[in-house]
Structures are given as C-alpha cells and as structure tokens.
Ligand binder design. Sequence first.
Ligand code: AMP
Length: 115
Amino acid sequence: MSEQDTLFSKIIRREIPADIVYEDDMALAFKDINPQAPVHILVIPKKPIPRLADAVPEDHSLMGHLLLTAKRVAQEAGLENGYRVVINNGAEAGQTVFHLHLHILGGRQMQWPPG
Ligand code: AMP
C-alpha cells in the first residue's frame, strides 16, 4: 500500500464495502462507519489528496466541486434545517484517514465551539 493508498482509495476501487450515496467522475460520498450525528456522510475526491494542506492551485475546481457535492448530498439527505461541513486537517485537528474528506453532519442540533 503506497502512502497515498488509504482506506478511502480502497472504497473508491470497491475493494472494501461502503454505503455509497453519490458518485461522479471526481467525487464519491458515502456514510461514515461511526456516525457522530443521525446523518454523517463523507465526501471525498477521487484524486488522493492527503490533507487540505496538500491541495494545489490545479485543484481549484475540484475543491469547488467537493463543496457543491456536499450541498447536493445534504439536500438529498433531507437536511433542510441545517448541517455542518467539517474538514479535519492533520493530526492535531483529529484527522485519522489521510485522504481529504468533508464530513457532512446533520439531523440534530450542533454545538459550538466544537471539541
Ligand atoms: P477524520 O478523523 O476526519 O480523518 O475522519 C475519518 C472518518 O472516517 C471517521 O469519521 C471514521 O469513522 C470514518 N471511517 C473510517 N473507516 C471508514 C469506513 N471503512 N467506511 C466509512 N467511514 C469510515
């Protein structure tokens, strides 16, 4: 397994199962295996960018696409009362899988500040 070949690359390649809710040529969205809210979906790029900090100017439109995919997936999940989009960047932020992902959390009242 190369450094960039994470669990999420295996999900993209269908080598391990996931509850996939959206897919296109640039992005994939699937349910988090350990949900922190009634709705907890991860949106990932198919390109293996380890962290947000590793994104480069060429990823400009991909980054926009991920946000619009988050919006679409949240809408399809019925989160009309609100939702939170989170990116954990790096170990100190709590990132555990080093393939960029957006958490979409909803279906309950969120608190601020986050832990
Ligand atoms: P982070 O801590 O921001 O890196 O988030 C990684 C997320 O991936 C966590 O919320 C995990 O529950 C989730 N996760 C880990 N393995 C899987 C998997 N096989 N399928 C779905 N979600 C997963």
